[in-house]
Every structure is written in C-alpha cells, then in structure tokens.
Design a protein around this ligand. Structure first.
Ligand code: ARG
Length: 589
C-alpha cells in the first residue's frame, strides 16, 4: 500500500499523464512549509520547461485533472507553480485504518526478491573484537533485518579471518611455548589430542606477543610466514592445531554475538575457500588473467576500457606460495555466486578497506568470478574517542567489544538507579533491563549516524533517557505498552480509528504515514540512520500528542477508544523499527 506520499504520488502522476506530461514529474513530498499544505509537488516546473509552457498553467492543469478530490481539504498553487495538498482528516484516518489492517504496516515488499549475501562482522581468530567489528556487526545486522523484511532471501556470513599470516604466527608461538606437543612432530602418526591446548584467554594473549616479536625479528617473521604456507598446504599437525584455534575462537565469538543479539546463517571463514583456490588460480593462469611478478602471481587490474581509474594489481600468491586476503575473497565470492546463488553481495567493512574491495570487485568482474552478481562495499567510518582519534582504552590499547558493552551496561545501571527506573524489580530483572538498554544505547548511537560519518564514542550521551538515544526510544515504547496495559486492566480496548480532533493528533498521524518512506530510504541507501530519524520524530510526535490528549481520562468513549487504537498502532511502528535496528524492548522499565 505504501506511504502517504507514495499513494499521493500515484494520484498526481496520473494527473500529469492526463495532461499529456511525463508522470515521473508527479512526485509528492512532505511539505517544507506546513502552513501552506501538508504535501507538495514541485514537478510542474521541470515539466513546463520541457513542454515549453508556463509552469503556473501546467500546475493549474494538473490540479484541475486531479481525481479523488474528496481526499483533499485543500489543493492550491503557490509561487511559480508549486502544488500544495492537504488531506481531509477523514482521508488521513482512512489511510491509517488501512495501515493498521496491514501486517507490514504499509511497507510493500520488494518487487523482485533477490538472494542477497551479506558479509559482516568479520572478526579474526585469536584477536578480540574491537569497535570496528562492532560497527560492522551492528550495521550488518540491521541490513540483514531490513533486506529480510523487504522480502529478499538473505544469507549472512561472518567471514572469520582464519587463513592469514596471523595463523602462522600463532602456530610458531605455540611451538615456542610447548615444543613438546605432537602438532610439531612431523613424524607423529596421530590421532592428535581432542582437547584444545589453549583457552580463548591464552589465544588473545599469544597473538599480540608474537605479532610484536615478528615486527622486530626477521627470523621470527620468516618462521611465521613459513608456518602459514605449511598450514595452507595441509601439514597435518598444523591443521589439527589450527582447528583448535578456530574452535576456541568460534566458541567465544558465538557467545559474544549472542549477547549482542546478532545472528549469522553461515559461520564460515577465509579458510573455507581453500578447496577452490588451486583450481581458481589454475584457471586464471590458463586464461591469462594471472601474471608472474617477482616470483609472485598477480592479477593486473590496469585501467581497461571503461574500467575507471588504474588500480594496483591484486596479489594472488606470494613468492613463498602463501595465498592472501584478496585470494580468499575472490575464491569465497566464486562459491557465493556459484553455490549459494547470490545475486548481490554486500560487504559491510570499514571504509579504510575501500581499495581492497575495489581490487577484488574489479578482479572478479574481469575474470568472470562475479558473473552477473552485484557487488557492493558498504563502507563505514571510524568510532573516535573524545580526542577525535580512533577509540582506544585509557591505556591506549584497542577497546574490546565485550568491555565496551560492559561499560555501557554499567553506565545504564547507574542511570537507572539515579532516575529511579525499575525500582522494586528483582535484581535479575534489573540486570536484564540494564543489558537491553545498554545495548540499545550503543546500537542506536551507531546507527543514527550516517554509516560513512565518523562519530565520537560518548557513553554519557548515548545512555541518556532523554534526547535522540536508544534508551529514550525504548522508554517511549515501554510507556505506550504500559498505557495499553492499564487500559486493558480497566476493560478498555482500542476502537475504530477516528478522524483527528487535535493538532498534535493529526501531526502524529501524518508522521506515521511516513514509515514506508523511511524504510525505503534506509534500504535504497543501505543506511539505517533513516530509520533512526523516523523513530525519533515519531516518538516526539507521540509525546506531544500524549501531552495534549489524555487518553485514559477522556470522557468521550469513542474518542478514547480511537486514541487507544492510535497508541496501539504507534507502538507497532516503534516496535517494528526497533526490531529492524536490532533493539529489544523490555516488558517494563
Ligand atoms: N577480517 C577482516 C578484518 O578484521 C574483515 C573481513 C571482511 N570481509 C571480507 N570478505 N573481506 O579486517
């Protein structure tokens, strides 16, 4: 059914057509100047230029040809040829009644559903997740919810970093610590121990230690590179050890993502592409796409015809025989296209990897790996500290995702205490609420910025219960829930939605009519901030309405029940958008 502006656009476009003009000029938008009308159409100006007529005459003709005049309380011309439209209160209420009867709240599903693979999260084995992974996870999860809601078949993949040099480093570090383990004995015939030789804490401690040593010591670095090659070539002891590293990391990651409320359909890693890599490289060599350069194999990506700017070659195989990040990305894409059947792949990854994705995408086009599948790098900016530099811990280290969420939850718990929220609830429920609200604070703050902008991580601001914050919006939902509950306790139920009787009520209804626009914009731009914007405006409109219209003490019963219906519909909208944002609403607060 669409939004108010979408429905009005259909009507006005028809009117343009009836006047012999291109219907594309019939686009209706929410008015910039509400005193002149609720909606406006500015298409008469460009249409008149093409038709070589006066814009005012064209606008007048369009107005005269407008059907469904009964919908409008006012249709007028302004300025050089703007058309202003105002709905009757009855038409507005009828629209909302229609919305209420639609389980999708007026948001139409995609015309052509696609199989969309979304690659996000992207944590690395043995490295704790940091704020960059947080952004990828939050934005990626919102996009998977949005695309699913739009009717696409979404397949999400965590694409674990498990095949690069860091794996060779860890193997060397393990050997340094425990040379006695059978994984390093080339003559060992197995079976290898089933128990992992490390915990997640060991791993997180091993990686920075060995990585620092490799930076300083060429011999160590060479050993790590050699171990990486041996691992990739299948040395049994290394594979067995590596599998332990992966399993231990994955267990921790599943727990972390679980706490974040983020899910994946596939938990594959870079290594998963291994089995296709040899054949892929053979093909690229045979077809002349791969070239030899200083002992390595590369895919030259020079500016071919219409290819755009020159790019450095994609490194396929290093001179020591190891494959790289780009190689696994190319082979993984081949599988996504051929076996998963993806028609579109979204990579939700830090803006700083833009060049990498330009290279992978161009190589994939050039070599036919991508086929007809659309490839998009959904880039995002950095999370900064108060000093404007990438966010760090107080001691200058990388802020781990788990710690960061812990901080948010603690801060929220303090605020709840101060504000007297959730008082008298059990300790367990209070903790659950603080967790949900802490996550909402972090997620909403992230999503409400356009993904490409950098933002400053300011927990104090994010966790406030007023203003444009996650907690404020959850609170708005909880308050409406509680009004509806109170009504129910008194035996009241939502009734027929009537034409608005007050300005704040009309404004709320008009705002609700914009939901499909917000969902559409978020989808089109792969930008969740449009949802956040709508949600915030909606809850503001709700507050003004609720201040003016005292639902439960309203003496006119039909009016009261209509307001209850409006409250219920508003709640459904808030719940839907919060759900799309990946934010849970507590039962009560
Ligand atoms: N593991 C990578 C990182 O931490 C992100 C992976 C992104 N996805 C991809 N297909 N390259 O930077």
């Amino acid at each position: 059914m669409g939004s108010l502006t979408q429905q009005l656009t259909v009507l006005v476009a028809r009117s343009f057509e009836a006047c012999g003009l291109d219907p594309k000029f019939g686009e209706v938008v929410v008015s910039q100047r509400p005193e002149l009308g609720q909606f406006q159409c500015n298409g008469a100006l460009p249409a008149a230029r093409i038709a070589r007529k006066s814009p005012r005459d064209v606008a007048q003709a369009v107005v005269d040809a407008l059907s469904e005049r009964a919908w409008f309380a006012d249709v007028s011309l302004a300025g050089p040829g703007f058309v202003n439209l105002t709905l009757t209160d009855e038409a507005l209420a009828a629209f909302l009644r229609q919305t209420a009867s639609d389980e999708r709240l007026g948001c139409d599903p995609a015309d052509e559903p696609e199989v969309v693979l979304i690659d996000f999260g992207g944590p690395n084995v043995a490295k704790a997740m940091h704020v960059g992974h947080l952004r990828s996870s939050i934005i990626g999860d919102c996009l998977q919810r949005l695309f699913r809601f739009a009717g696409h078949r979404v397949v999400s993949d965590v694409h674990l970093g498990d095949w690069g040099t860091q794996m060779g480093m860890l193997i060397c570090e393990m050997r340094r610590r425990r040379p006695d383990l059978p994984y390093f004995d080339a003559g060992f015939a197995g079976p290898y121990p089933a128990e992992p030789p490390v915990t997640i804490d060991d791993l997180e401690q091993m990686y920075p230690a060995v990585s620092a040593r490799c930076k300083e010591d060429d011999v160590e670095a060479d050993a790590a590179r050699q171990a990486t090659v041996d691992l990739q070539e299948g040395r049994p002891g290394y594979r067995a050890l590596w599998q332990h590293f992966v399993d231990v990391s994955l267990a921790g990651l599943r727990r972390d993502f679980g706490r974040l409320g983020v899910t994946f359909d596939l938990w594959l890693g870079e290594s998963h592409a291994h089995s296709r890599i040899a054949a892929l490289i053979e093909r690229l060599k045979a077809q002349g796409f791969a070239a030899r350069s200083e002992g390595a194999w590369i895919v030259p990506l020079g500016a071919g015809e219409g290819e755009g700017k020159e790019l450095p070659p994609l490194l396929l195989v290093k001179s020591d025989g190891a494959v790289l990040y780009g190689t696994t990305d190319l082979a993984t894409l081949e599988e996504r296209v051929q076996d998963v059947g993806a028609r579109r792949v979204l990579y939700v990854v830090d803006q700083r990897q833009a060049l990498h994705f330009q290279q992978v995408f161009r190589a994939a086009r050039l070599t036919g790996v991508a086929g007809e599948t659309a490839l998009e790098h959904i880039a995002f900016g950095t999370v900064n500290g108060p000093d404007g530099k990438p966010f760090k811990t107080r001691t200058g280290g990388v802020m781990r995702l788990q710690d960061l969420i812990g901080l948010a939850v603690e801060q929220v718990a303090r605020r709840m205490e101060e504000a007297g929220v959730a008082q008298g609830y059990s300790e367990e429920e209070r903790r659950d609420i603080a967790h949900k609200v802490g996550l909402a604070a972090v997620k909403f703050a992230d999503l409400s910025n356009h993904r490409l902008s950098n933002y400053i991580f300011d927990l104090d601001k994010f966790t406030r219960f007023e203003g444009k914050t996650g907690p404020y919006l959850q609170y708005a939902a909880v308050r409406i829930q509680s009004i509806l509950r109170k009504a129910e306790e008194r035996g009241l139920a939502p009734g027929e939605l009537l034409a608005p009787s007050a300005t704040a009520e009309r404004d709320l209804m008009l705002r609700m009519g914009q939901l499909p626009d917000a969902v559409g914009a978020a989808l089109a731009e792969r930008a969740p901030n449009f949802l956040c914007e709508h949600l915030y405006e909606l809850s503001q409109a709700w507050s003004r309405f609720y201040q003016q219209c005292h639902i439960l003490s309203e003496p006119d019963e039909a009016r009261r029940d209509s307001w209850l219906a409006l409250a219920a519909l508003c709640l459904r909208q808030i719940q839907l958008v919060l759900h799309l944002l990946g934010i849970e609403v507590p039962e009560r607060m």
